[in-house]
Structure formats: C-alpha cells, structure tokens
Design a protein around this ligand. Structure first.
Ligand code: 5GP
Length: 191
C-alpha cells in the first residue's frame, strides 16, 4: 500500500458548528475523499440510513467491538451513547486508495491525533459563539430541549480545546468556511 494513501482527515467541532455540512462540501469537491462511517448506538434520525450515516448498532454489539479492539477510537459522546471509528472502515478506504474523512467529536479527534500524529490533517470548526450554536441546534428541529441543553454545555467545554488544533476555521459564513477548508485540504492531499 502506498504511503500517501495512509493519509486521513479529521474534522472536529462542537455539535452544531457546521462540521457535517463542511465535510459534505469537501466530499463533493474532492473525489478521492471517502466519508468514514462511524458505529453509533443512538437511534437513527428520520433522514438517516444505516450503513450510510452510521452503522447503528446496539450497546452490547458496541461493547463487544471495544473488547475485540475493533476501534481506532471510541467515545461515549453523550450519556449512554457510544460513537466510534472502526479500523475496518479506514482499512477499506486505504485499500481503495481513498483518503478517509472522520467527522468526530473533539475528544475523539484528540485521541486520533495522539495515535496518528503523522500524515493526518486535523481541522477544528469553531462556531461564531455559543448563542449562535444554540440557535442553529434549535433550528435543526431534530433535538429535544434537553438534548440541545446537553449539546450546548458540552460545546462550551469542547471549545476550550481549540488551541490543540493547528487548523481552525470559524464558521461565521458557510461559503467562506468551505473555501478555507478546501484550501487546507488541497494543500494536504497534494503534498
Ligand atoms: P450526532 O449524534 O449529532 O450524529 O453526533 C454527535 C457527535 O458525535 C458529533 O460531534 C459527531 O461528530 C460525533 N461522532 C460521530 N462519529 C463519531 C466517532 O466515530 N467518534 C467520535 N469520537 N465522535 C463521533
């Protein structure tokens, strides 16, 4: 396997900062990128499909995979809800000579940064403010008031890790943020 295909891109941000939209944009622009589908134990949202957005599995199955060391990283992102990046997923993409893109939470990204310090690109997407983040989560309409509150509290904590990332993009204006991300990714995959 050629070394350049061992590259990976990790996009992280507090929930609601827009990282999934920016990730989707990057996937459209760069055909060599492939979205790393995580395993998760939360319930699918109405627009989500198993094997496309996530591999939705039970807590028991997830815990079995932890014991079998099938994850690159995993986190209990929210109380009782596990999310994790599967080694098999990255292997599959590298075998296809694609660059995996991980859309994961901040603790997961820090974990991957320790495990894969070489050949990986880490981008932190920053919301303009916590208030704006709350507004975006509310307008998404997919979360309960309680879930929004949990995500907002967690976001404030996650923002405190911003200094650990060399590439930080403030998502004030979506198009500008996408252009910035494009340039960073372009430089990374061409090197
Ligand atoms: P959501 O429930 O909104 O899809 O995702 C919640 C959070 O979990 C997001 O920040 C998302 O990026 C993160 N996440 C998704 N997959 C993984 C993963 O495999 N590992 C980690 N650590 N976080 C993940």
């Amino acid at each position: 396997m050629k070394k350049e295909y061992q590259k990976m891109i990790v996009i992280t941000a507090p929930s609601g900062a827009g990282k999934t939209s920016i990730t989707r944009h990057l996937m459209r622009v760069f055909p060599q990128l492939a979205f790393s589908i995580s395993a998760a134990t939360r319930k699918p949202r109405s627009n989500e499909k198993n094997g496309i957005d996530y591999y939705f599995i039970s807590v028991e199955e997830f815990q079995k995979k932890i014991l079998n060391e099938e994850f690159v990283e995993w986190e209990m992102v929210y109380e009782g809800k596990y999310y994790g990046t599967l080694k098999s997923e990255l292997r599959r993409m590298w075998n296809n000579e694609q660059v995996p893109v991980l859309d994961i939470d901040v603790q997961g990204a820090i974990h991957v940064q320790k495990e894969y310090p070489v050949n990986s690109l880490f981008i932190f997407i920053k919301p303009p403010s916590i208030d704006e983040l709350k507004r975006r989560l509310e307008s998404r309409g997919s979360e309960s008031a309680e879930s929004i509150q949990t995500r907002v509290s967690k976001a404030a904590y996650e923002l405190s890790f911003v200094n650990q990332f060399s590439h930080v993009i403030e998502n004030k204006d979506f198009e500008t943020a996408c252009k910035e991300a494009e340039q960073i990714v372009k430089d990374f995959i061409n090197n």
